[in-house]
Design a protein around this ligand. Structure first.
Ligand code: GTP
Ligand code: MG
Length: 215
């Protein structure tokens, strides 16, 4: 867990190999078809950012990245951009598929550790295959925060989203969960304050709703 958040908005980076369902997973979390998804590996070629109020957590910024195993001609440029996300991320959601763990996932864990960023492992596409016991056992030796989801199973969406929120609350920096008071030392209990705020990215925590999302 980091001691100091980089901003009042929790930056949540989504990493994983191409085609594991990073963009689909982000879309499920925000409740919108926001990022483009497709069966073609390398669909996301630039960082896709989505600001949202994820209650009861607060304002977050999702950063959907290009696949870390991208081997296309432009791969190096994309990977450079993805690597920069380690400077911004407060939390990493590392998306993988049942029974698949490669050097790319290990590399993300390594870089996350170097940058002291907590990681939640997301095993996606569990509608296609349930992860094997042995796979889960091995994974638990690497990380304790593991969630099994399906980004296309809308019946279970609430359960998946709540599980992710719970994990985020547990790993978020303390002063993100308990932010300094804005006017607590200016207004007495029962006093009246008029707060005029634009509902945009700069709005203070708790004042904006999830921008057009159904969360
Ligand atoms: N069955 C199943 N398919 C999924 C799931 N999540 C994503 N997919 C499919 O997997 C394919 C890739 O999904 P994307 O969300 O584009 O994957 P990505 O990791 O963002 O891919 P890149 O941007 O290319 O790195 C699409 O055809 C999705 O519909 C899931 O939970 N179950
Ligand atoms: Mg994508």
């Amino acid at each position: 867990m980091q001691d100091t958040p980089k901003a009042n908005r929790l930056n949540i980076a989504i990493f994983g190999r191409t085609n594991v369902g990073k963009s689909s997973f982000m879309n499920m979390l925000i409740g919108q078809d926001y990022a483009i998804t497709s069966p073609v590996a390398g669909t996301t070629t630039d960082i896709v950012e989505k600001a949202c109020e994820l209650l009861p957590l607060g304002p977050v910024l999702f950063l959907d990245t290009a696949g870390v195993d991208d081997i296309s001609e432009l791969a190096q440029l994309r990977l450079n951009k993805t690597s920069k996300i380690y400077d911004r991320a407060d939390v990493i959601l590392l998306v993988t598929e049942p029974d698949v763990w490669t050097e790319f996932e290990d590399e993300v864990l390594l870089k996350a550790d170097e940058n002291k960023i907590p990681v939640i492992v997301i095993i996606n596409k569990t509608d296609l295959l349930k992860p094997a016991h042995a796979f889960l056992e091995k994974l638990r030796e690497k990380r304790s925060r593991i969630l099994e989801v399906s980004s296309i199973n809308s019946n279970e969406r609430n359960a998946y989203v709540n599980a992710v929120k719970q994990q985020l609350i547990e790993v978020a920096p303390d002063d993100f969960i308990e932010p300094p008071r804005l006017i607590g030392d200016l207004v007495n209990p029962g006093g009246i304050a008029v707060l005029v705020v634009p509902i945009d990215l700069q709005a203070p925590k708790g004042s904006s709703s999830c921008l057009r999302s159904r969360l």
